[in-house]
Write a protein that binds this ligand. Structure first.
Ligand code: MF3
Ligand code: CO
Length: 248
């Protein structure tokens, strides 16, 4: 069942998403060669708690931290640790904040110092593919219209669209219906209606789309060792243009 949010719920979603977007901005300012992923996790958690929210991921399915920090060939769910970021790395930061029972969910891939042109291109196209999907985030379109738009854009650059992990509804639960894949034929799945809140999150690999999960049970890497990027926002469907709640 898809939860269509009431106006009260939407107000709480907006606050949760504002905090989530602001954390990502803060992480973007904090990322530099020499910092560890665990230090970034601490920065994020402190900011979230200072704003009367809690980290949505910490404790979710026993995930140990506030932040998912995935470096280079890591796709998603990288567990923060003592890894020191170095010049030329890229890092995908995925974070959620829960405010008065409602969750924001968003991710960005950041450059560490100076990165290669090909890494920057991957980051740019991943972000663009989200906005291609966003064009279909309107009443009357169906979920897979979003999926298809994302896939077409990313694959036109020869990139691989991750299939094993997908976007989702978000609200009182971090993961709600519907599922929002980043690939697929258009015209399928539930019809979009005003009041739905969706986490749309293309995960795009530089080469092959296939991924593997490490023995830690969380960290997902590209199978072939190529780079991967992630871009996610929580989006509110309205009877007009969509609102990207985590872009602040
Ligand atoms: N944004 C990710 C997702 O939607 C983060 C979940 S990490 C977890 O799945 F730890 F909370 F599982
Ligand atoms: Co998500």
């Amino acid at each position: 069942m898809i939860n269509v949010k009431s106006s009260r719920e939407i107000e709480l979603m907006k606050e949760a998403c504002k905090i989530t977007g602001e954390v990502l901005n803060l992480l973007g300012e904090s990322i530099k060669p020499g910092i560890t992923t665990l230090e970034l996790d601490a920065i994020a958690e402190k900011f979230i708690r200072k704003h009367n929210a809690t980290p949505s991921f910490k404790g979710y399915a026993d995930y140990p931290n506030a932040l998912c920090a995935s470096v280079n060939n890591q796709v998603i769910h990288g567990i923060p640790g003592n890894r020191v970021l170095k010049d030329g790395d890229i890092i995908s930061c995925d974070i959620g904040a829960c405010y008065k029972g409602y969750n924001g969910d968003a991710a960005r891939t950041f450059a560490v110092g100076e990165i290669s042109e090909k890494a920057q291109k991957l980051i740019d196209v991943t972000r663009e593919s989200f906005f291609k999907g966003l064009e279909f985030c309107k009443e009357g379109f169906r979920v897979s219209d979003i999926s298809h738009a994302i896939q077409i854009h990313a694959e036109s650059f020869g990139y691989g669209v991750v299939r094993d992990y997908i976007g989702h509804g978000v609200g009182a639960e971090l993961h709600e219906s519907p599922e929002v894949p980043n690939f697929g034929r258009p015209g399928r799945g539930p019809r979009l209606v005003s009041g739905m809140t969706l986490a749309i999150e293309p995960m795009i690999n530089e080469c092959d789309y296939r991924v593997k999960c490490l023995p830690d049970g969380w960290t997902v890497e590209t199978l072939d060792g190529c780079l991967s990027a992630h871009y996610e926002n929580t989006v509110l469907i309205t009877n007009g243009e969509p609102e990207v709640l985590t872009l602040v």
